[in-house]
Design a protein around this ligand. Structure first.
Ligand code: ADP
Length: 475
C-alpha cells in the first residue's frame, strides 16, 4: 500500500511487487508499486502540507512524534517480526532495531522544542543581528533494506521535528517495515501530507523526486554508486543533500590490546546483520606479532555463531538479502583464496534442508593482502579478512588508504596511542576500544566518499533547516 495525503491506496496502474522472505524464498505479501504519477501527487500534497506544518510549534510537532513512539512501543514485537520476515536478520537484532527507531523518534520529539536561533554581536552598534532556523521544505528520503525501519526513523524524525514534510521511498526488498511504521503515523493522527510513502521502482520514482524544484532536500542511505548518481541528478535544482553512503571500515588491533575484547568486538562488527551494515568491519589490521593468536581467538568465537532462519530462537546469523549479495560474498572469498588467503573458519555456502535462502557461513580469512578484492571493495557479507602491520605508522596509512571514511575501530590499552589514533583516522565515526559506537545522541556520518551530513544527535536536525540571517537597523 502507498500512503499519500493521509490515505492508504493502491497504485494508479494497479501494479504490485512481491515481497520475499529471504530465509525461505516465500512471497510474504504483494504491495502496490507506484510510478511517476503518484510521485508527482505526493510532492504536491507534501508541499501543501508544509505551509501548515512549519507553522505548528515545535512542541506540537514533538507531541505527534511522542505519540508515534508510543504506538511503535506497543507493537514492538510485531514490528520486529516484520523486519525479520522481509529482511532476514535474527529476531533479537530486529527488536533492537525497533527500539533504536523509537529512540530516534523520541530524541527528535524532544529536539523539536529546541530549534534555537542565535543573536550575533554586531560591529555596528546601531544594528541588531540574528540567525533564525527555518525548516527547508519538502524532503525526499530514499532508504535501504539493511535497516528497513531505523533508516526511516533517522530521517523522518528530525525532518518532521524541524517542520519539514517528507516523502519516503524505501528499498523495494523491504517495504513492509515502512508500511507498519506508517500505520503508527496514521494511528497517531499525523496531519495529512506530512509523511508520505511511495513504494516502487527507483527508476520511476527517483527522477521525479530529484528533478522537482518543490523537493528542497534529499536524504539518502545506500551505496556510494547510487549516491553519486543522486548528487548529479539533484544538481539542476541545487538541493540540500544528506548522503549516508558506503564504508570500508578498518579494525586495528595493537599488541597491547585486550585481545579477548578485541576479538569479541571484531566478531560483533563483522557479523552483526550478517555483515550487511555500512559500518561493519571490512579490514582487520593486527600487529604481526599477535596476528596468529588473534586469528585463532576470532575464528573460535566465530565458529560458534548459530546460522538459521531469523525467526528461530537462538539464531545469530540469518540469510543474505538476495542472490546478488550471495554471489558477491562468494566471489570475494574465492578471490581471497586465489590470492593466498587462508580460511580459519567458514568459507562456503551454508546448506540445510529447511533453509532455501542465501546463507553463507561466517568466514575468517588470515593472510589477507592488498591484491584481494576484499581489500578495497565493500563485501556486505559475513567475511572477516585479517591483514597484518608492522608499526603504528603503517596501520594508520593502511587504514586511511581508501576513498571511504565512515567508521574505524581501534583496540589498544595505551592511552597516548588511542588518542593518536583518534586524531589520525580519517573517519566520521571512530570507536576506541568500542566496537559498538552508534547511539542516538552521536552524529553518524562519513568523511570522503562515505557521505555528506550527519544523522543523530544535535547535528541530525540541523540537516533539515535553513539558516536565515537577519540584520535590523535600529536608527
Ligand atoms: P543497496 O546496495 O543497499 O541496495 P542501493 O544504493 O542500491 O543500495 O539502494 C538503496 C536505495 O536506493 C533503495 O531504496 C533503492 O531502491 C534506491 N535506488 C537505487 N537506485 C536508485 C536510483 N537510480 N534512483 C533513486 N533511488 C535509487
Amino acid at each position: 500500500m502507498l500512503y499519500i495525503n493521509g490515505e492508504w491506496r493502491q497504485a494508479n496502474s494497479g501494479e504490485t511487487l512481491d515481497v520475499i522472505n529471504p530465509a525461505t524464498g516465500d512471497v510474504l505479501e504483494q504491495v502496490a508499486s507506484a510510478g511517476k504519477e503518484e510521485t508527482k501527487e505526493a510532492i504536491e500534497v507534501a508541499n501543501e502540507a508544509f505551509s501548515l506544518w512549519k507553522n505548528k510549534t515545535g512542541a506540537e510537532r514533538g507531541k505527534y512524534l511522542m505519540d508515534i513512539a508510543q504506538k511503535m512501543k506497543s507493537k514492538t514485537d510485531s514490528l520486529a517480526k516484520t523486519i525479520t520476515l522481509e529482511m532476514g536478520k535474527p529476531l533479537a537484532e530486529a527488536k533492537r532495531e525497533v527500539m533504536s527507531s523509537i529512540a530516534y523518534i523520541e530524541w527528535y520529539a524532544e529536539e523539536a522544542k529546541r530549534m534555537y536561533g542565535e543573536t550575533i554581536p554586531p560591529s555596528d552598534p546601531n544594528k541588531h543581528l540574528m540567525l533564525l532556523r527555518e525548516p527547508i521544505g519538502v524532503a525526499a528520503a530514499i532508504t535501504p533494506w539493511n535497516f528497513p525501519m531505523s533508516m526511516i526513523a533517522r530521517k523522518i524524525a528530525p525532518a518532521i521535528a524541524a517542520g519539514c514534510t517528507i516523502i519516503i521511498k524505501p528499498a523495494p526488498d523491504t517495504p513492509l517495515s515502512a508500511i507498519r511504521m506508517f500505520e503508527c503515523f496514521h494511528e497517531a493522527g499525523l496531519p495529512k501530507g506530512v509523511a508520505n510513502l511511495l513504494i516502487g521502482s527507483a527508476e520511476e520514482i527517483g527522477p521525479e523526486l530529484t528533478g522537482s524544484s518543490k523537493v528542497r532536500k534529499l536524504t539518502f542511505t545506500g551505496s556510494t554508486a547510487v549516491g553519486k548518481m543522486l548528487i548529479r541528478d539533484t544538481a539542476n535544482t541545487v538541493k540540500n543533500l544528506s548522503m549516508e553512503l558506503g564504508g570500508h571500515a578498518p579494525f586495528i588491533v595493537f599488541e597491547d590490546a585486550d585481545l579477548d575484547a578485541a576479538a569479541e568486538g571484531a566478531m560483533a562488527t563483522n557479523f552483526i546483520n550478517n555483515g550487511q551494515t555500512c559500518i561493519c568491519t571490512n579490514r582487520i589490521y593486527v600487529k604481526e606479532s599477535i596476528a596468529e593468536e588473534f586469528g585463532k581467538k576470532l575464528a573460535e568465537k566465530t565458529a560458534t555463531l548459530k546460522i538459521g532462519n531469523g525467526m528461530d530462537e537462538g539464531t545469530q546469523v540469518g540469510p543474505l538479502i538476495n542472490e546478488n549479495s550471495f554471489n558477491k560474498v562468494q566471489s570475494h572469498v574465492e578471490d581471497a583464496l586465489k590470492h593466498n588467503g587462508k580460511i580459519l573458519c567458514g568459507g562456503k555456502p551454508y546448506e540445510r534442508d529447511d533453509l532455501k535462502g542465501y546463507f553463507f557461513e561466517p568466514t575468517v580469512i588470515a593472510s589477507a593482502n592488498d591484491d584481494m578484492l576484499i581489500a578495497t571493495e565493500e563485501t556486505f557479507g559475513p567475511v572477516a579478512p585479517i591483514f597484518t602491520f608492522k608499526n603504528e605508522e603503517e596501520a594508520i596509512h593502511k587504514a586511511n588508504d581508501t576513498p571511504y571514511g565512515l567508521a574505524a575501530y581501534c583496540f589498544t590499552k595505551d592511552l597516548g596511542r588511542g588518542l593518536r589514533m583518534m586524531n589520525a583516522l580519517e573517519y566520521g565515526i571512530v570507536g576506541i576500544n568500542d566496537a559498538a559506537p552508534v547511539t542516538v545522541q552521536g552524529p553518524f556520518g562519513g568523511y570522503k566518499e562515505s557521505g555528506i551530513g550527519r544523522e543523530g544527535g544535535k547535528s541530525g536536525i540541523l540537516q533539515y533547516v535553513e539558516e536565515k540571517y537577519v540584520s535590523i537597523g535600529m536608527k
